[in-house]
Design a protein around this ligand. Structure first.
Ligand code: DSN
Length: 436
């Protein structure tokens, strides 16, 4: 039987169908992307999208919050539990909003923030020049050591002493090594700065204990919910009790109006999924896969920023291969391997035409691929690089990729947490029982 969408909007229905097919056919290596479970998708597409809930549980500006208060409370409690934080705000629409809300909770416009430069792996909202964060705040940027590709904590401390920022931001969007959040915390303390950590990329690895949890060393931790954490598109802030009120006020009414309660419900589901041994095994495999992919790429003579990876992502410097990043990303896309072109610290050229490529393993790991498949994928990438202007070879690679993809279908129910102990809310007498 045709679905409602199919009947009422066949154009959009067909496009969504095509996107689903594309996501199944491709080997998706964009490190910030993933596949959510059917349960997360269901919560995200639920009737909660119909509800406005300005405020916080127990203190809303609109009536009819009997259910939404419970949903948001569950999401907050699950976030606090898995990140061991005193307080969680699950309302930010995205990581960018979460970051700005974190800064505004602690400092004033015109104050100085210090974050990782974008061509060296920082995010736009870490104070990059085209971002509102460098217009509202005075922005100082640290870099990685271009020789090692790694953060240089002495350089960061020297800069912090020189510029005396009010906030030091740790965290990155394209940095393949573990970040020493404790060292950042110590530097911030020495110069009297607040410390904000952005763990958008590695949140799932933090939950699984693969990377150190920054919560004890940080004033506010900001994250997205959809990368290694494998939830819906959204953002979240975690903090110590002393900052809870400021953080909440900064998100609402400071930055946002009504929260997206459907997203918050889906975040709650993803957090329950993340609180399982299966998720820990998944996160471990993400890192094992990234290391296997990196090792094989090195064997093929690729230059990797920092020489490898400790997390889910890899940055390739393509200059020795004489292929521009954008040209390769487009050729790989034709070969059904999805990546993104990126700057690298060794060649921090313009982000629109860089000489690097960024890869990551969260999505392929969700599909159950392991080290052997990473070796195959490295071979495919190498073949495309060596035949960058040969469309026949690129088409052959796409057929091999399709075959590989068909052996690892996108799972819809990849984690079934033990829900036996769940405190399922009783039906409320205010609801219309004849509906159920
Ligand atoms: N666009 C995200 C990424 O790909 O890393 C960061 O916001």
């Amino acid at each position: 039987m045709a679905t409602a969408l199919e009947r009422y909007d066949p154009q959009i229905y067909e496009l969504i169908r095509q996107e689903k097919a594309r996501q199944s056919a491709c080997v998706r290596l964009i490190p910030s992307e993933n596949y959510v479970s059917r349960a997360v998708m269901e919560a995200n597409g639920s009737c909660l999208t119909n509800k406005y809930s300005e405020g916080y549980p127990g203190k809303r500006y609109y009536e009819g919050q009997q259910v939404t208060d419970l949903v948001e409370t569950i999401a907050r409690e699950r976030a606090k539990k898995i990140f061991k934080a005193d307080h969680a705000n699950v309302q930010p629409y995205s990581g960018s909003v979460a970051n700005i809300a974190a800064y505004m909770a602690l400092i004033n416009p015109g104050d100085t923030i210090m974050g990782l430069s974008l061509p060296h792996g920082g995010h736009l909202t870490h104070g990059w020049k085209v971002s509102v964060t460098s217009k509202v705040f005075n922005s100082v940027r640290y870099t990685v050591d271009p020789n090692t590709g790694r953060l240089d904590y002495n350089q960061i401390e020297d800069l912090a002493k020189k510029y005396k920022p009010r906030i030091i931001i740790s965290g990155a969007t394209a940095y393949p090594r573990e970040i020493d959040f404790e060292a950042f915390g110590q530097i911030a303390k020495k110069v009297g700065a607040y410390h904000v950590s952005d763990i958008a990329h590695i949140a799932g690895l933090v939950v699984a204990g693969m990377h150190k949890n920054p919560v004890p060393y940080t004033d506010i931790v900001s994250t997205t919910t959809h990368k290694t954490l494998r939830g819906p598109r959204g953002g979240m802030l975690l903090c110590k009790a002393e900052h809870a009120d400021k953080v909440d006020k900064s998100v609402f009414p400071g930055m946002q109006g009504g929260p997206h309660m459907n997203t918050i419900a889906a975040i709650a589901v993803a957090l329950a999924e993340a609180d399982t041994p299966e998720f820990i095994a998944y996160a471990r495999q993400i890192v094992k896969n990234a290391k296997a992919l990196a090792e094989k790429l090195l064997e093929y003579g690729f230059n990797l920023s920092s020489g490898g990876t400790d997390n889910h992502l890899i940055l390739i410097d393509l200059r020795n291969k004489n292929v521009p990043g954008k040209k390769l990303a487009k050729a790989l896309d034709r070969a059904k391997i999805e990546t993104n072109y990126n700057t690298t610290p060794m060649a921090p050229d313009h982000p629109a035409n860089p000489s690097g490529l960024r890869l990551g393993t969260p999505s392929v790991t969700t599909r159950g691929m392991k080290e052997d498949q990473m070796h195959l994928i490295a071979g495919f990438i190498n073949k495309v690089v060596e035949n960058i202007d040969n469309e026949a070879v690129i088409e052959d690679v796409s057929k091999e990729v399709l075959l590989l993809s068909s052996q690892f279908p996108v799972p819809e129910h990849f984690i079934i947490p033990n829900r036996d102990n769940q405190d399922v809310p009783q039906p409320m007498d205010t609801l219309t029982p004849w509906l159920f």
